[in-house]
Design a protein around this ligand. Sequence first.
Ligand code: GLU
Ligand code: MG
Length: 467
Amino acid sequence: MTTLADPVPGGRPGDVERATALAGELSGRGVHGVVLAYVDTAGVTRIKTVPTAKLASAAAWGVGMSPVFDTFLAGDGIATTDVLGSPDGDLRLFPDLDHLTVLAGQPGWAWAPVDRITQDGQPHPGCSRTFLRRITADAARAHGLSFRAAIEIEWSVGLGSAPDGTFVPAATGPAYGADRQVELGDCLADLLAACHAQGVDVDQLHPEYAAGQFEISVGALDPVAAADRSVLVRHTIRAVARRHGLRVSFAPAVLAEGVGNGGHVHLSAWRAGDNLHTGGEGRYGMTADGESFAAGLLDHLPGLTAVTAPSPASYLRLKPSQWAGVYTAWGLETRECALRVIAGMAGRRATDANVEVKPVDLAANPYLALGCLLAAGLDGLASGAVLPEEVTGDPALLPADEAAKRDVHRLPVSLTEAVDRFRADTVLREALGPVLADAVVAVREGEVAAVAGLDDAQVAAAYRWRY
Ligand code: GLU
Ligand code: MG
């Protein structure tokens, strides 16, 4: 479980004693430094590090870092809003000790996600982790709801020796093929060992469709912990690959053509220990509330794409008939619908039933993405929304009049269109609050400007090694 209380100057009760004990333990295990990680609005993980001996000080008083990074672009340019993007000011990064992890793939280092507060000790309104903690805490307090989430990770493995930023797949075997496991077996085994040592329960690891592409699925956790885990696992994949002379990319589209890297989100809402997505009277066992939650997700998908698919490269991935889910439709286990209802296997439905949101990639800040998905689902719950007729097969094949009649539409085909839909979505903007909502718009517009005049291949190249 994640601590939902905000950090405070001097540390929350017990934090300093705990950090002091932890630092001693870490030193005994040969850990010299702790990586303090957060994800910016553009989806890039930015860090500071402290020597292990300074962990207690960081738990008490945080570590300084500029708020300017909230409007950094993926290419390190800077956008501005009314309150963000200025060189003024400082924030304090507070490590979450509950999620501090010794990095098995990077000997000598530990890692912790951070919450950011102001020098006055107030929560920073631009902190995406604080936003997700707040949505989760409010849903528990106001509605007695909790959530479980997992973010799938797809990535492309390239040769570290490839010239000039090019991508040369490090595995050449067929899609889902055994060859690829043989080609990269040592690296994959090290990855599994590192995940195990870090307490990450891996459900499966497999070669994916595109050249050099792999996927890892991990167990579901509370939303904040699930977002932390996504950041940690990607850090681990990168570190392990590097030790094998390989280079990895989580970019939505490493190449302009073909299947991209997704970051599908699995989400379930729970009340009093019951999974709302199973055991009900509705379609596929959904309870009325479970259906409303899913319907809320579906309703808000167009605006959500500005958060879940935030890069110009995201729109190279979001193409029909590539399992990325680019239509406003839902279906049971249907891989071409944006929303895939997963009833689970007989015997395990009580734990496993969930909804999978597919138009999400790993350029997305996972805290913003999960928080906005929860806001969308909660809006569906509040209004008692119902799902339309389900779609089976590929929605791209529906005749135009039939698609229109069933309200099946393409999700935004460009970042510009996604931002327009986001601007029009008051539920998402209000959930984020003005500072974060403005940061989303400013950073997306900055990315659009950064790629003006580039063709698809140049866009893919521009973001290939940024995520
Ligand atoms: N790579 C696909 C995507 O872009 C997903 C493939 C799958 O369903 O696992 O989302
Ligand atoms: Mg996959």
